[in-house]
Design a binder for this molecule. Structure first.
Ligand code: PMP
Length: 365
């Protein structure tokens, strides 16, 4: 690779690293998309060419997640955070209540938006414990009269991940899976809706994938605004207005790449191994590095830890940049270090970070 195409190890939490073959393919197809003489960004979303792109992206998500026919795959805009409003605007109602499980800062933001629409019942709140763990299954009790239960399967900032699917006990389960979608197999039948901003495991920012079942669609209010109406978006196949054509195209390519890697089961093994190597480096450092999340709730996607002082955190980040790594600075609200290692992040990059951790601890202990 020449210097202007040289890649570094990008630990960014999102937008995040994309598979190199996906970027190469997009580059190859840039000037004349499949012989059309136009780029994907210049063709009509109503063209048959774009229809193929949409079908490829939808089909990829369907196959990878093993979705039955009663689940719809939608491509929306506004980011995952827009769903924090769109969900209560559709499923809460002024007289309704919804249960929220809060294990980090994104869940907290979801609660804030839902509270503008109706009654929010927080059935687990990890704030007082500093968002260090997910609740154990017995700790959450879903209210029988709740319109839905909302939770965040992986809290990107805090590095807290559920290692089980919450049982909604018949109440529709809605999951923000922005930072761990397609990273491991899940039991889709337990969920009425799963959503994710694409910019971590699925593609570029600007497109949000929403997987929603037919039953939940029936709860959309009759006179809903067209672009807030999941049912309308489903029946128009995400083309109630002009969709993010470029983003959907890349989601399709990322899915194709993931299928070539052996799908979700195969990538889950790689993800487990990547996370294990980093947590081992933390745990075997004689306390030089401290993991943020409790061991049973450690994220496999966002490994959060800190050094003995803020100054050392900073020096560690500078040294990582000198060694060709980027994006390791923790979120400004929690500080420390965060290594985001989504599906497309290579194992060699994890080993490079483990080497840095070993060397840095030896020199600064
Ligand atoms: N939920 C989670 C778990 C996230 O990590 C993020 C973004 N980092 C969001 C929601 C918000 O996503 P967006 O910026 O796409 O609105």
């Amino acid at each position: 690779m020449s210097s202007d195409t040289k890649r570094i190890y990008n630990f960014s939490s999102g937008p995040a690293v994309l598979p190199v073959p996906v970027l190469q393919r997009a580059r190859e197809e840039m000037l004349s998309f499949r012989g059309s003489g136009m780029s994907i960004m210049e063709i009509s979303h109503r063209s048959s060419l774009f229809d193929e792109v949409l079908m490829a992206a939808e089909g990829g998500v369907r196959r990878l997640m093993n979705l039955p026919d009663n689940y719809n795959v939608l491509f929306l805009q506004g980011g995952a955070a827009f769903q924090f409003s769109m969900i209560p605007l559709n499923f809460l109602g002024a007289n309704g209540t919804a249960d929220y499980v809060v294990t980090g800062i994104w869940g907290e933001k979801a609660v804030k938006e839902a509270g503008r629409c109706g009654r929010v019942n927080i059935i687990y709140d990890g704030k007082d414990d500093g968002y260090k763990r997910a609740p154990r299954p017995g700790e959450i009790n879903v209210s029988a009269n709740s319109g839905y239960v909302h939770y965040t399967s992986n809290e990107t900032i805090d590095g807290v991940e559920f290692n089980y699917d919450i049982d909604g006990g018949g109440v529709p389960m809605i999951c923000d899976a922005s930072s761990n979608i397609l990273s491991k197999p899940i039991d889709i039948g337990r969920y009425s809706m799963i959503y994710a901003g694409a910019q971590k495991n699925l593609g570029p920012s600007g497109v949000t994938v929403v997987i929603i079942n037919d039953e939940l669609l029936e709860h959309v209010p009759k006179n809903q605004h067209s672009l807030l109406d999941y049912r309308n978006i489903a029946s128009s196949r995400s083309m109630a207005n002009t969709p993010n054509t470029w983003g959907i195209y890349l989601v399709g390519l990322v899915c194709e790449w993931l299928e070539q890697q052996g799908g979700v089961e195969a990538i889950a093994k790689v993800n487990d191994e990547k996370a294990r190597r980093l947590y081992d480096a933390i745990d075997n450092s004689d306390g030089f590095y401290s993991g943020r999340a409790e061991p049973g709730s450690r994220s496999r996607m966002n490994i959060t830890f800190h050094l003995p002082s803020v100054e050392l955190d900073e020096a560690f980040c500078s040294e990582s940049e000198r060694r060709g790594m980027s994006g390791l600075r923790g979120h400004r609200s929690v500080g420390g270090i965060r290594a985001s290692i989504y599906n497309a992040f290579p194992l060699e990059g994890v080993d490079a970070l483990v080497d840095l951790m070993r060397d840095f601890a030896a020199e600064n202990r």
